[in-house]
Design a protein around this ligand. Structure first.
Ligand SMILES: Cc1ncc(C[n+]2csc(CCOP(=O)(O)OP(=O)(O)O)c2C)c(N)n1
Ligand SMILES: [Mg+2]
Length: 491
């Protein structure tokens, strides 16, 4: 039976029909964004087995995925391993999904249950796909760059989507709390830039560290603080990750060195964290993030220089969102190719709206800095909000510009569409994740609103993470004991 569908959503109907046929085996090939073909013949099954055996002989590989090699899809192609040209040729016009799976009864059962199963028990009709990154990397002083063909498993797809959606929700909640005057002071939102953080985090190992500027609510959550720890910090209550003492720009957790309000200051600090990794010999590295607006600062170049001379395991990441406050990158920089600005340091330009490209570039960079020393990575991205909550963000750019990025390059929407298209996530699973994330962030918002502040006497507790003297120094006229209530998180 061969049938062409006009929409992916028709797939369950076809699957039900197929179930009625005895001894059937189903396979699915997505040939472009909208067309799905379901093939169901015994002959096909045998053909597939023969090809599989032949392929095993030729490649002697235990795992592979098949490709339809359809040229209609310019951006995302599902391929066999790129080095395996024989295999690719052989399986031309065949299936994109992993041939190791049997698309028989278990496939039908799982698929049918997907809608009720929610996020935990997901449908499994594609477990892994091979994807081409959206826009090519640009390289500076590098002969080889990151992998452009990357694997994406279903679990990873669910995780990245959930993480990006949670960051977006937290930022929306923060924006609303600010407008209600429940959050006071500074508040810089990360909406639009989610793929940068989620992609980098996906590549990080337990021994790795990160330090950034002030746009860090998303990073704080990714590094292990639950939404309430972030939102409570923003509303200044005890459930905040710094017990409400830090606020928007000063959040920390293990391996995350914050949260720094002085533009550019985190860059040499990041080099210092990398020096500590090298000194301890723990194999870790540090991601030192800064914006296009910080990229022309003297201390950035001084940090590049020292890191290069000392071969420090640091990735200098310029998150280029095109604006430093209200000044466009073109107005502020004589050279907006930030990935080349390290001079002797190699550099990579990466599409910061493509979570998989960021992950691939970071994986490459981690290996590189551990073996050879520092590297500059520019993630090309966009922020939807103004610089901070006090900036409407529309006096130095047009509403149309923002709208266009939202419609054409949004990191969450494009990743969601990709995953659905690849068959890694269903629309029902997307809905279930959206609901779960909304519930979690709504609950955290309510608790952050109603939390209690620390008593004033706690202002001077935990000044040092490891206090070596009994009294606080420099409090002239006062005789204040140092009280440690909590252990520092970044020893
Ligand atoms: C040393 C210093 N100079 C100026 C400022 C004021 N300031 C805060 S953010 C900012 C722009 C930074 O832009 P960018 O680095 O591109 O980061 P983005 O806000 O785009 O994430 C400036 C000038 C500051 N906080 N510190
Ligand atoms: Mg900027």
């Amino acid at each position: 039976m061969l049938r062409t569908l006009s929409r992916v959503s028709e797939l369950p109907i076809i699957v039900k029909q197929l179930q009625k046929v005895r001894n059937c085996n189903a396979a699915v090939a997505v040939t472009n964004k909208t067309i799905v073909t379901v093939t169901n013949t015994k002959q096909h099954q045998q053909q597939q087995q023969q090809q599989q055996q032949q392929h095993t002989k030729q490649t002697n590989r235990s795992s592979r995925s098949y490709s339809d090699n359809n040229n209609n899809r310019s951006n995302y192609n599902s391929n066999v391993n790129s080095s395996n040209n024989i295999g690719r040729q052989q399986h031309k016009n065949h299936l994109r999904f992993d041939s190791r799976r049997s698309y028989s009864s278990s496939f039908f059962g799982l698929f049918q249950n997907a809608a009720q199963a929610g996020v935990a028990k997901t449908n499994n009709y594609a477990t892994e796909a091979t994807v081409q990154v959206n826009r090519p990397f640009k390289l500076h002083r590098l002969e080889e760059g990151p992998e452009t063909t990357v694997k994406l498993t279903k679990d990873e797809a669910l995780k990245y989507y959930t993480q990006m959606q949670t960051i977006r929700r937290i930022e929306t909640a923060a924006g609303n709390l600010y407008k209600e005057k429940i959050i006071r002071g500074f508040c810089h939102l990360y909406s639009g830039q989610e793929a940068c953080a989620v992609g980098m985090k996906a590549a990080m190992r337990d021994v790795d560290n990160i330090i950034s500027a002030y746009r860090v609510h998303g990073w704080t959550y990714l590094m292990g603080v639950p939404p309430l720890g972030v939102l409570g910090e923003l509303t200044g209550v005890q459930s905040g990750c710094a017990r409400g003492k830090g606020g928007s720009m000063h959040m920390y957790c293990p391996n995350f060195f914050g949260g720094n309000g002085i533009v550019g200051a985190q860059v040499p600090l990041g080099a210092g964290v990398a020096l500590a990794c090298k000194y301890k010999g723990n194999g870790g590295m540090c991601l030192a993030l800064y914006g296009d607006g910080a990229a022309n600062q003297g201390q950035v170049f001084e940090a590049y220089n020292m890191a290069y001379l000392w071969k420090l395991p640091v990735i200098f990441v310029c998150e280029n969102n095109n604006y430093g406050m209200g000044t466009s990158a073109e107005r502020a920089s004589c050279n907006t190719d930030y990935y080349t600005r390290g001079d002797a340091l190699p550099g990579i330009w990466v599409d910061g709206m493509d979570v998989l490209a960021v992950r691939s570039a970071t994986e490459f960079a981690i290996k590189y800095v551990n073996e050879q020393g520092p590297l500059v990575m520019e993630t090309n991205t966009y922020r939807y909000s103004g610089h901070s909550m006090s900036d409407p963000g529309t006096s130095y750019r047009t509403r149309e510009e923002i709208q266009e990025v939202r419609q054409k390059r949004d990191p969450i929407t494009s990743f969601k569409e990709l995953c659905i298209e690849l068959g890694l996530i269903t629309t029902d699973e997307v809905k279930a994740i959206d609901l779960k994330v909304r519930k979690e962030v709504d609950e955290a918002t309510a608790q952050a609103k109603n939390g209690t502040e620390l008593p004033v006497s706690h202002l001077w507790t935990d000044v040092y993470s490891n206090n070596l003297e009994p009294k606080l120094r420099g409090t002239n006229g006062y005789d204040i004991d140092h009280i440690q209530e909590r252990k520092g998180v970044n020893h």
